[in-house]
Design a protein around this ligand. Structure first.
Ligand SMILES: *Cc1c(COP(=O)(O)O)cnc(C)c1O
Length: 393
């Protein structure tokens, strides 16, 4: 019987030296040595499956990729220095001048900038569909469209897209379906099961989970990953061996963390929904979420992020943030520590007001990445900040 994902996340170890160390060592080496001229020739000719240079591969990076592939149900992958490097490398490797992307409007701020500001320089263009109206996708597909792209849940509005539906559209029009699965992690959702061709992660978020390093990874079919690998080994976005080692160790606890993050987040979302000072709360596993049924169908639990809008808009939102005592005001998410951000003035500040509203980012939207502190302490901090921000000075 094949082992369960929890076990694979812990027990997958690709290498061990003659020292028989229990925990995998860090292979801090830029290159690897060859026995002789023939060994070197054959290795460069890829007649041998071995490490040559850490820009191409490294034992720590290979182990990290292997674990993500096992959890996502993917054939192969490539790990990058950041999540954005994975996003960029995927598109840059697979597309050429004249190609077209159809993307959900609600995507990570830097991804949005990549599509609207960087790619047009190389004549790669993007059309956005309304994340809440996926039935309109087909009207944006053109003869030169190559990739259908989305996040689910989306950052920061926590909207949900039906992955099986996206896959159906992609197959019908012979597009590649690429999903940024950062918010869910492979523990809570496996897009390949629903028909995605490639899955991207910012490992910086819940995969690291402790706010220490940046990292990214793209996984999918061997054929597509080969294209991305050939592009990446020559352009150099590789993940560092130390970060790969750390991320691989992090995966050992990913199931336990993702589940507790989700439990705490659901408790906090339910608590906030019952507070009259809050206009709305969005969390995939709250029955009031517009796509609750879809979330239940494709996710195991709801993830760490809760979004809500305070009555009183932006000024009230900022007062609330200023009154927070324990939780961190920081740009990360999926961390052990609860983190609060105001997307309109930070991660998504480069968008125009109209673009923000179209992405579901209202002026007073607050994003909370619920951490692993005791839920009573998280609730208490938020409650006291709600009280403090309501006082008239
Ligand atoms: C953070 C994030 C990224 C980018 O990852 P970095 O590691 O910061 O480069 C991409 N997509 C989503 C959904 C993210 O939250």
């Amino acid at each position: 019987m094949s082992k369960k994902p929890e076990t694979l996340a812990i027990r997958t170890q690709l290498s061990r030296t003659e020292n028989q160390e229990h925990s995998v060592p860090v292979y801090l080496t830029s290159s690897f040595v060859f026995d002789d001229a023939e060994d070197m020739r054959a290795s460069f000719a890829e007649e041998k499956d071995r490490n040559i240079y850490s820009r191409f591969s490294n034992p720590n990076t290979s182990e990290f990729i292997e674990k993500i592939c096992l959890l996502e149900g993917a054939q192969d992958g490539f790990a990058t220095a950041t999540g954005m490097a994975a996003v960029f490398s995927t598109f840059a490797a697979l597309l050429q001048s004249g190609d077209h992307i159809v993307s959900a409007r609600s995507v990570f701020g830097s991804t949005h900038t990549l599509f609207t500001k960087c790619f047009p320089k190389w004549n790669i263009t993007t059309d956005y569909f309304d994340t809440l109206k996926p039935e309109t996708i087909e009207q944006y597909i053109k003869p030169n469209t190559k990739i259908l792209y989305a996040e689910s849940p989306t950052n920061p509005a926590v909207d949900i897209l039906d992955l099986a539906y996206l896959s159906q559209i992609a197959k019908k029009h012979k597009l590649l379906l690429v999903i940024d699965n950062c918010f869910a992690t492979p523990v809570l959702q496996q897009p390949i099961k629903f028909g995605a061709d490639l899955v991207i992660h910012s490992a910086t978020k819940m995969i690291d989970g402790q706010g220490r390093v940046l990292g990214g990874v793209v996984v999918g079919t061997s054929e597509l990953i080969r294209e991305i690998y050939l592009f990446a080994r020559n352009t150099g976005p590789a993940l560092s061996p130390f970060n790969a080692w750390l991320l691989s160790k992090s995966i050992e606890t990913l199931h336990v963390r993702a589940e507790r993050h989700s439990e705490n987040a659901l408790k906090l979302a339910t608590f906030l929904e019952n507070d009259a000072r809050i206009k709305f709360v969005k969390y995939p596993f709250l029955p009031s979420h517009p796509a609750y049924e879809i979330a239940k169908k494709q996710m195991k639990m709801g993830g760490s992020v809760v979004a809500f809008e305070l009555e009183g808009g932006i000024s009230r939102g900022r007062k609330f943030l200023d009154a927070i005592k324990m939780c961190s005001l920081s740009a990360n998410l999926g961390d052990t520590r609860t983190i609060i951000t105001h997307p309109a003035s930070t991660t998504h500040s480069k968008l125009t007001d109209a673009e923000r509203l179209e992405s579901g980012i209202t002026a007073g939207l607050v994003r909370i990445s619920v951490g692993l502190e005791h839920i009573d302490d998280i609730k208490a901090d938020i409650l006291q900040a709600l009280d403090a921000s309501a006082e008239v000075h």
